[in-house]
Design a binder for this molecule. Structure first.
Ligand SMILES: O=C(O)CCC(=O)C(=O)O
Ligand SMILES: [Fe+2]
Length: 358
């Protein structure tokens, strides 16, 4: 990020959205041990009681929090350490080096340090890459758009092995994500592989986040309040706290305490729609601090662009009518990418725009 001398207006949150610096730490966000699923069985629909207990825990966590942490998740610790090192080495370079792989409106992957969340600038710099190269998406967010375009990765020269490390990481976290989708499907009373096909031509992307120390942490945010629009987010964070989650029970902002080597999982808008509101996508934001920099790596597990997102038919009946109109995932994704890139005079697309008013 560029040197900021006077605190730049563009980063300042409206008073009602500024972070409270002294808030309580979450005891409540469940920590779930995945070893029964990862170690003992490759088939999560097996009748193993330990697996059934994991499914119950996940169901409860999705309903009560929309967030949980997992340990014994199967992603090798060495790989996690390697990818954090890679991210740190990349961001430690001079700005002009990083800008060689800069993101643009047409090329959405790469380095970016002026992202907006709800039209306010975030105190962060990011590097984005996609899991499938190319990733196919609609040419525009127009709901009638028929043309598609291809997104490609842009890989930096430095640090060495950047691309290989990222590709290795994608493979491991994708495995975990599919496993989590199985468990979530089971927790909804659906077959384990119910959602599998939607990810065949996935639009998953991964982000390296770097939050530098901020001279005015009471005015700005690392990421402004938002919900993740995709299916599932699998987040690795370092030991510096910053993530805050809006607790469903009372609307309080709660800090998530980093658990060593755990992943933080949250339900995105797509699962909210698939579950017909049983599991809600919960608002969260990132606080920055004046002393320490922070690094995080979210993996946004997203379906194919042509997926028509709608409440699962098996969950719908007279007592539980559909709460959303179907929408195309590709339209939502491309709209979000555009509004995060530049300031627009429209509110960005939210799932409540598709909500059926009863
Ligand atoms: O850095 C974090 O802890 C979370 C980032 C986040 O919520 C996002 O990038 O969507
Ligand atoms: Fe997020």
């Amino acid at each position: 990020m560029g040197e900021v001398t006077e605190f730049d207006q563009a980063f300042i949150q409206d008073p009602e959205h500024r972070p409270t610096l002294s808030i309580s730490e979450a005891e409540g966000i469940p920590l779930i041990d995945l070893s029964p699923v990862v170690l003992n069985s490759s088939d999560p629909s097996s009748s193993d009681e330990a697996v059934a207990e994991v499914v119950r825990q996940i169901g409860r966590a999705c309903e009560q929090w929309g967030f949980f942490q997992v340990i014994n998740h199967g992603v090798p610790l060495q790989l996690r350490e390697k990818i954090f090192r890679t991210s740190k080495e990349f961001f430690a370079q001079p700005l002009e080096e990083k800008r060689k792989v800069r993101r643009s409106e047409e090329s959405v992957c790469g380095y970016f340090d002026t992202e907006l969340t709800k039209n306010v600038r975030d105190w962060k710099e990011v590097f984005d890459f996609i899991a499938e190269d190319p990733t196919i998406v609609p040419a525009s967010p127009d709901p009638d758009e028929k043309d598609v375009i291809h997104w490609h990765n842009q890989w930096p020269q430095y640090p060495p092995h950047f691309r290989e490390t990222c590709e290795e990481y994608i493979k491991e976290v994708e495995k975990l994500s599919l496993k989590l989708m199985d468990l979530i499907a089971l927790s909804l009373g659906l077959p384990a592989k119910r959602f599998n096909n939607y990810f065949k031509d996935q639009t998953t992307f991964i982000r390296f986040n770097h939050y530098p120390p901020c001279p005015a942490p009471e005015l700005a945010l690392g990421v402004g309040r938002h919900k993740d629009g995709g299916a599932l987010t699998v987040l690795a964070q370092d030991e510096v706290a910053g993530l805050q989650v809006k607790r469903k029970s009372d609307g309080e902002w709660i800090r998530v305490k980093p658990a060593p080597n755990a992943y933080i999982i949250n339900v995105g808008d797509v699962i909210q729609v698939w579950s017909n509101d049983k599991y809600e996508s919960v608002e969260h934001r990132v606080m920055v601090n004046s002393e320490k920099e922070r690094f995080s790596i979210p993996f946004f597990f997203n379906p194919a662009h042509y997926t028509e997102v709608k409440p699962s038919e098996e969950l719908i009946n007279e007592q539980n009518p559909p709460k959303f109109r179907p929408y195309k995932w590709g339209q939502f994704l491309t709209h979000r990418k555009l509004t995060n890139f530049k300031k627009l005079n429209v509110e960005n697309l939210q799932t409540y725009h598709f909500r059926i008013q009863n």
